[in-house]
Design a protein around this ligand. Sequence first.
Ligand SMILES: [Zn+2]
Length: 310
Amino acid sequence: MVNARAKRLLLVALMVISILSIEVAMPAYAIYSTYTYDSTGWWLWLPLATVAIAAAVVVLPWCQFIPWFVRPMVPMAMIVAAGHAHGALSACASAAILLAAYVLIRQWLNRGSMGQEAIEITPPLAAGVYFVGQGGGSSDVNHHFRNESQRFALDILRLNRLTMRAWGFFPRQLGRYAIYGAQVLCPVDGIVTAAVDGLAEIGPLAQRDFAHIEGNHIVIQCAGRTDTFVGLAHLLPGSVQVRVGDTVCMGQPLARVGNSGNTTEPHLHIHAKRGGEPDCMLDGCGVPLRIRGRFLMRNDLFRGLSRRER
Ligand SMILES: [Zn+2]
């Protein structure tokens, strides 16, 4: 047992060190190199450093180890450093390359959703600022992508006052995760086809429940689209407020966010599927979701549903 615990600690430490070094060292080196290379070479180094920063801004999970608010500051620092070292032209070039690289990298990482019809949903959570931990149209930014029914699933976290997803890197208490206990709201009008409650909760990074990977969950058949379903997973035990057969509407409270099933920490998993059994979340074919008209991917923020919108 001691060995297993030591191995896990070592793995977590290695993960923290590697992510910290990528998140901090790479952008810092890019800014430093842009700033210090002599002015004859800036046109060569600037695009490389700028594309590296754009990729880091898009791909790395920002609120895990570094507060989310640092994310827009990194490209801004790059533009300021380029301008300070080599003048206004390089600052403008840097800004233009950053913007173009950001847009193109996003498009590339969402390539799997191109040409797919999406389902429009309302935010499945109440007031607050939420963050997409896993989401997007490729396995580079969305670990669900390889699974057919969960292809376009989102794992949603909440940002706290420090714009982190939790107080601490991997706190042991569930209550230290900002989204824990948040109210889950109905994202579509429809009929409840599955409502499972009573499965035990697990601690953060504890032994996951592989026998019930969705944990406590709800599936809703979309009104007007009988072959399309939206599922919400990892809910708090005892919090599910609906039953199979209930008619539900957008904004209606359904449950609370917990940590049941195959999960490492409290978050809301949501995905839409077409076909399969009405009471099952894990079959059928994944369908992209849009929240307030946006197809969301890793690192994107959205606001919860305000009282006025309900
Ligand atoms: Zn998930």
